[in-house]
Design a protein. Sequence first.
Length: 507
Amino acid sequence: MKAIIKFLYRRIVLIAVAIILQFGVLIEMVYRFNSYFAYFYWISIFASMVAVLWIINDRSNPSYKIAWIIPILLFPIFGGLFYFFFGGKRLSKKEKRKMRLIEQKVYKALRPQKANLNEIVKHNELAAVQSRYIQDNAHFPLYKNTIGEYLPIGKVKFEKLKEELKKAKHFIFMEYFIIQEGVMWNSILDILVEKVKEGVDVRIIYDDAGCLLTLPYKYNKKLENMGIKCCVFNPMVPIIYVRMNNRNHRKIAIIDGHTGFTGGINLADEYINEIKKHGHWKDSAIMIKGDAVWSMTVMFLTMWEYLRGTDEDLSSYKKKIKYDRTIVSNGYYQPFSDSPLDNENVGEIVYMNLINKAKRYCFITTPYLVIDYEMIRALTSAAKGGIDVRIITPHCADKWYVHTVSKSNYKILIESGVKIYEYTPGFIHAKTIVTDDEFGFIGTINMDYRSFFMHYECGVWMYKSSTVRDIRNDFLNTLEVCREIKIEDCKRHNVLGAVLRIFSPIM
């Protein structure tokens, strides 16, 4: 009985119950209006018609449109009203003003590196096209004077992160989707507390939805009491609100502005296989040192300013950075972030550019393969054109319904020549792409609708770096413990997968 009571008082249960009750009240209100006022039926029909026209003319992804249009047409009394309540990406004037100020600050702090761009034009015009897109649309420039180290598993990233944190002299910035008390986080927290005592400016951002089941309520207050400044991104509240869908999925750690980490690895024990969750957990990250870390520092500080309401003097942080000028650059690096509120799907287009411009091979690791028509066409067209396209996905699912949608895409891809492999030891959470031994990407962006359209994400695009070859080698080594999916493994008629696939954009 005590366990049941404890479960019922968990924050996620209270939030879920409150939201379900609100849905129920809303449906009951609509039903009663419909019962007592005949004209309300026609108002609802008119609202649904307007909603459909609005969706059709919206700039959002076609698959997202279909996922809303079908339920509106099936339930015209409720559908249109529900869309106006919960669909779209509406911002208040205040939020728009804040976003514009943040964008202006990013533009000012990150000047285009024209010399670097002009340099790679001489090597490869296709490389320049990809880099120019990120610079002109995400406003994050291309850097040299940077080295990268690929970290192929969570344990390696964990040890390297602890090592670098202990060296901090001025500031430590950490931004993660999931933090969970355990071996990994507690070890890092001990280091952070020591650094605070040394006078280091330590700041943490974590996503409230990501940490809803992993951290106690108001954990940020506990950190503040330790001297660690903390912001919670988009706190979960028991109110139906469309912005609850926009989460901060980024994973960033920055030490003194000269060393940065990103990739798929959160700060929880399954990521270092300290506990077993869905079998062996395969993930990856990158550590970069040098000029490119400034872009990651700006990412964090502008997000901090947005959440905290402060006015951060970016130039003062720039002055504190002591770069190691003995660094011999091993290629070009371009860290970038992607916002769901700017109508520019940077992450998706970076993926598409890498796939479309591959000449020999394109190797991809992703935990989810929940993709739209455009992405399917890019992958199948590349394979039909003779490109060696291979994708590694998990064998053990963390979310059965998402895995079902992923598997529903196998057949069309395999028929077109794409090779699909499942990671048999367990779950693969890495998000990487490598093509032609020249281009690479590693970051937080899954191949699904949430990462492409709904979440704040980040990653690093690379050209001609040794890290690219390391990603390729790790991919080939990982294939040795994978099982290739053959066409006969694909179910011909998976009704559940087909239905879930239609509604996957709004799951």
